[in-house]
Design a protein. Structure first.
Length: 121
C-alpha cells in the first residue's frame, strides 16, 4: 500500500469509527452516567480523525508527528470511554466490543507510524 493510500485508509477508518460511536451513543440509556460517557466518547472519537486530518496539513515532520500523537492519545481515550460504556447496557456489549477492537487497531497503526517517523528525524 502506497503512502497516499495508507493516509486515505486511516482517515476513512477514523471517520467511520466516529460515525459508529455517534450511532452507539444514541442507544445509550437515559441516565446521568451515560450522558457523561456519551459526551466524552463523542469528543475523543471525533478527535482521532480530526487530528489525523490536521496532520495532513502539517508544516513540518515534527508538526505531523505531534498531530498523530494527539490522535493516538484520543484513540486511547476512546478505548477508555468504550470500556466504561460496557456497564451501561449489556445489550450494547457486542457493538462496544467491536468498536474497542477497531479503536485499538487504529491506535496500534498510529503508534507504529509515530515510531517509524521518529526514527527518521
Amino acid at each position: 500500500m502506497e503512502n497516499s493510500e495508507f493516509k486515505i485508509m486511516l482517515i476513512k477508518r477514523s471517520i467511520e469509527l466516529a460515525r459508529e460511536v455517534m450511532k452507539l451513543v444514541d442507544n445509550f440509556p437515559k441516565k446521568v452516567s451515560a450522558r457523561v460517557i456519551s459526551d466524552q466518547l463523542l469528543r475523543s472519537s471525533m478527535s482521532v480523525g480530526a487530528n489525523i486530518t490536521e496532520a495532513q496539513a502539517a508544516s513540518s515532520k515534527r508538526d505531523f508527528i505531534n498531530f498523530l500523537s494527539h490522535s493516538l492519545k484520543s484513540g486511547n481515550e476512546t478505548k477508555f470511554w468504550l470500556i466504561l460504556a460496557r456497564d451501561l447496557d449489556g445489550n450494547l456489549m457486542p457493538e462496544i466490543n467491536r468498536l474497542i477492537k477497531e479503536a485499538d487497531e487504529i491506535v496500534r497503526i498510529l503508534g507504529s507510524s509515530i515510531s517509524r517517523l521518529k526514527e527518521k528525524i
